[in-house]
Design a protein around this ligand. Structure first.
Ligand code: ADP
Length: 648
C-alpha cells in the first residue's frame, strides 16, 4: 500500500490532535489550536522550522476534548492525515490561540508513539500514494467500473448546482482533471457529511472500499438536492407576488410599454396552449395533469427555469398522437406482391411475414410474438421492416438500440432532471405523429446494461401486450397506449439478446446471400436505385453481370449487400461526373479543361486504358453512351481489387 516511486512523507510526524472536523486528503481545513500540546507543536515546530519538511504534520481526528488532554495523552485514532500547514495566524483574544490552515496530503497510520511531550511524535506508515496530479494513474483502470460510476454521480451532483457560480464551474473542471482516486476524499469533504461519516471514509484505507462508501453519500446528496428543487415552490409564490404587484403599479402610473406587450403575448400563448390542451384528444388522466400544469404555468414568472420546462412538457403533450392513427389497408395479395417487388430471395422470411400479417388481418389485433429478424448486416432486415410498414400503409420509425445502456433512453428522464426528456419510444411517436406506426427496434442484441437500470427491462414493458397499453414514460408521467404500435426487432445474433426479451420474440433467421443471389439483387434492386439517386439512366451506364460478379468477389467480402451497394454508388458517382462533364463541354466546347480532384485521377488513368470509359474527354464531346463498366473501368474507379478471385 505504501508509495513506490511516488512522493514520501517523513516517517516521523508530529501529531496535531483535533477534536472538531476531520481533515481528508486533498481538502483544506481551518482549525483552531488552543490546547497546550497543539500550541507547543505550532510554536516549536511550525513557527521555528525553516524547511518544507517541518511544515508537514500529522492530523489525528476525533480526539477527546482538548481541555482534558493536559495530563495524559488521550487514546489516539490510529489513522490520520498527513497535512501541510499552509498558514498560521496567532491571536491573544479571548485567550492565546492559533488558527491553522492545513491541507491534507495522504493517509497514514501510527506505528509507534515515539514521544508524548511537549507534543506527541509518532513513527508512521504512509497509506496512500502521493503523486503529482499530472501523472497518469493506473488505479483508474484497476477500479474501472466503480470509479466510472462514482464519476458519473459526481458529475450529476455538480451539474445540479448553479454552474454560473465560478466555484461550481471550477469544481466541474476539477472532476475531469483530478485523478479519479482523489475524488472520494475531496467530494466527501465538499458535500454535507457528518464527522462520523468523514471518519469512516478516512478509515477506508482501500481505495475500492472508499469508492463504495462514498457513492451512497453522493446519492443522498443528489436526492436531497432534488427534493430541494421540488420544495422551492413556496419561493415561487414570493416571485409571483412580485409579478402580481408589478402590473398593478404599471396600470396606475405608466402607460403600456413594449415589455407589457411582450408579457401579454406570452399570456396569449399560454391561453392558446390551454385551448389546445382542452381540445386535444389526450387521455383523461393526461388532461388532468396538463390542466394542473397549465394552472401552475400561469402563476409562474417567465424568468423561472421551470417555466420553460413546464411549457415544453405541455407542448409535447399536445403534440403527441393520443388518438391519431393511420387507417390500415392490409390486403394479403398486394402485400405479397409488394414484398416480392422490394426484395429478391429471402423466401422463408417473406413467407413468415405474410403469415404474420394474415393472422393480424384475421384476428385484428397485435397480440402475439414480436418478429425479430436475425442475420448479418446488409441482408435487408431493416428494409423488410420498411416494406411491412408500406404494405400496411403505416408510418415507419427506426429506433437504434445499439449501445443504449440507460433505461431512461427508453423510458425517459423524470422532469426533475435538468435537460430531462422523453425516451425514444415517446420521441418516435412524436416524430411520426400517429399512434400506430411500425417501430423497428434495431440491434436489440447490442443493448448495454449499466447502473442507470437495465434498458432491456424497460423494453420488455414496451413489448408486452398485457402492459403496453399503459406505458408510462418517466418524462410524461402519465400512461400512453402503445398497443397499436407494431414492433419489429432486428439483431445480428441471438447470443447477446437478453433472455427475457428473447422469450417474447419469434426469431426469423435471415442468412447471407449466395453470389448468384447477390448478382440478382444488384441488378433488380441496387443498380436501378443507385441510377435513380445519381440522376442516371440505363442509356448512360451499363453494368454487365460479369462486372457485378467482379465487384462481389474482388471488392467485397460480406454476407449482405451493403458494401456492394456502396461500390455501385461509387461507380455511379464517377460516371455521373463523366456524363455531366461531357454535357458541360458540349455547351462550351472552346473552354480549356482544368481537371480537378477525382476527375483528374480519372484523366491520368484513362490515358493508360481508354477504351472502356470513353476517351472523348480530349475531344470535348460527350462520352459515347452508354458507358460500359468493365473490369478496367472498375479498377480505374474503385482502385486495384482488394481480394483475389477465389478458386471455386
Ligand atoms: P440490414 O438491416 O440487414 O443491415 P438493410 O435493410 O439496411 O440491411 O439492407 C441494406 C441494403 O441492401 C438496402 O438498400 C436493401 O434494400 C438492400 N437489400 C438487402 N437485401 C435485399 C434483397 N433481398 N432484395 C433487395 N434489396 C436488398
Amino acid at each position: 500500500m505504501a508509495a513506490g516511486s511516488t512522493i514520501q512523507i517523513p516517517s516521523r510526524l508530529p501529531l496535531l490532535l483535533t477534536h472538531e472536523g476531520v481533515l481528508l486528503p486533498g481538502s483544506t481545513m481551518r482549525t483552531s489550536v488552543d490546547s497546550p500540546r497543539n500550541m507547543q507543536l505550532v510554536r516549536s515546530r511550525l513557527l521555528k522550522g525553516t524547511s518544507l519538511r517541518s511544515t508537514i504534520i500529522g492530523v489525528i481526528p476525533n480526539t477527546s476534548d482538548p481541555t482534558s488532554d493536559c495530563d495524559d495523552l488521550p487514546s489516539l485514532h490510529r489513522i490520520g492525515t498527513a497535512a501541510l500547514a499552509v498558514q498560521v495566524v496567532g491571536s491573544n483574544w479571548p485567550k492565546p490561540h492559533y488558527t491553522l490552515l492545513v491541507t491534507g496530503l495522504c493517509r497514514f497510520q501510527i506505528l509507534q508513539l515515539l514521544k508524548e511531550k511537549p507534543y506527541p511524535v509518532a513513527e508512521v506508515e504512509q497509506l496512500d500514494r502521493l503523486e503529482q496530479f499530472t501523472n497518469q494513474h493506473k488505479s483508474e483502470e484497476e477500479l474501472g467500473e466503480l470509479s466510472e460510476q462514482f464519476y458519473k454521480y459526481a458529475v450529476q451532483l455538480v451539474e445540479m448546482l448553479d454552474m454560473s457560480v465560478p466555484a461550481v464551474a471550477k469544481l466541474r473542471r476539477l472532476l475531469d482533471n483530478l485523478p479519479r482516486e482523489a475524488l472520494p476524499d475531496i467530494l466527501t469533504s465538499i458535500i454535507r457529511t457528518s464527522n462520523q461519516e468523514k471518519l469512516q471514509i478516512l478509515d477506508a484505507v482501500r481505495l475500492e472500499e472508499r469508492f463504495k462508501m462514498t457513492i451512497p453519500l453522493l446519492v443522498r446528496q443528489i436526492e436531497g438536492l432534488k427534493l430541494l428543487q421540488k420544495t422551492r415552490k413556496p419561493k415561487q409564490d414570493d416571485d409571483k407576488r412580485v409579478v402580481a404587484i408589478r402590473p398593478n403599479r404599471r396600470i396606475n402610473h405608466i402607460p403600456s410599454t413594449t415589455e407589457d406587450e411582450e408579457e401579454e403575448d406570452d399570456h396569449d400563448d399560454v391561453v392558446m396552449l390551454e385551448k389546445k390542451i382542452r381540445t386535444s384528444s389526450m387521455s383523461e388522466q393526461a388532461l388532468k395533469v396538463c390542466l394542473k400544469e397549465i394552472k401552475r404555468l400561469k402563476k409562474m414568472p417567465q424568468s423561472m427555469p421551470e417555466y420553460a420546462l413546464t411549457r415544453n412538457y405541455l407542448e409535447l403533450m399536445v403534440e403527441l398522437p393520443w388518438n391519431k392513427s393511420t387507417k390500415d389497408r392490409l390486403e394479403i395479395r398486394s402485400a405479397r406482391i409488394l414484398l416480392d417487388n422490394d426484395h429478391y430471395a429471402m423466401e422463408k422470411l417473406k413467407k413468415r411475414v405474410l403469415e404474420y400479417l394474415a393472422v393480424r388481418q384475421l384476428k385484428n389485433n397485435l397480440k402475439g410474438p414480436i418478429l425479430c429478424f436475425v442475420g448479418p448486416p446488409g441482408v435487408g432486415k431493416t428494409s423488410v421492416g420498411r416494406s411491412i410498414a408500406k404494405t400496411l400503409g403505416r408510418e415507419f420509425h427506426r429506433i437504434a438500440l445499439g449501445g443504449v445502456c440507460d433505461q431512461s433512453d427508453i423510458r425517459g428522464h423524470r422532469r426533475t432532471y435538468v435537460g430531462s426528456m422523453p425516451g425514444r419510444i415517446i420521441n418516435g411517436l412524436k416524430t411520426v405523429g400517429v399512434n400506430n406506426p411500425v417501430f423497428l427496434l434495431d440491434e436489440v442484441d447490442k443493448l448495454g446494461k449499466s447502473l442507470q437500470g437495465d434498458p432491456a427491462a424497460a423494453l420488455l414493458e414496451v413489448l408486452d401486450p398485457e402492459q403496453n397499453h399503459s406505458f408510462t414514460d418517466h418524462y410524461l408521467n402519465v400512461a400512453f397506449d402503445l398497443s397499436q404500435v407494431l414492433f419489429i426487432a432486428t439483431a445480428n445474433t441471438t447470443a447477446t439478446i437478453p433472455p427475457a426479451l428473447l422469450d417474447r420474440m419469434e426469431i426469423i433467421q435471415v442468412p447471407g446471400y449466395t453470389q448468384e443471389e447477390k448478382i440478382e439483387i444488384a441488378h433488380r434492386h441496387l443498380i436501378p436505385k443507385q441510377l435513380e439517386q445519381h440522376g442516371l439512366t440505363p442509356q448512360q451506364i451499363q453494368i454487365p453481370q460479369v462486372t457485378t460478379l467482379d465487384i462481389i468477389t474482388r471488392y467485397t467480402r460480406e454476407a449482405g449487400v451493403r458494401s456492394l451497394d456502396r461500390k455501385l454508388g461509387a461507380i455511379c458517382r464517377a460516371v455521373a461526373v463523366k456524363v455531366a462533364e461531357g454535357q458541360h463541354k458540349e455547351t462550351k466546347p472552346d473552354r480549356a479543361e482544368v481537371p480537378e480532384g477525382e476527375d483528374c485521377k480519372e484523366h491520368v488513368t484513362e490515358d493508360a486504358k481508354p477504351e472502356s470509359i470513353s476517351d472523348t474527354a480530349d475531344l470535348a464531346l460527350p462520352p459515347e453512351m452508354p458507358i460500359l463498366i468493365d473490369f478496367h473501368a472498375l479498377k480505374d474507379i474503385l482502385g486495384p481489387p482488394m481480394y483475389e478471385m477465389e478458386v471455386t
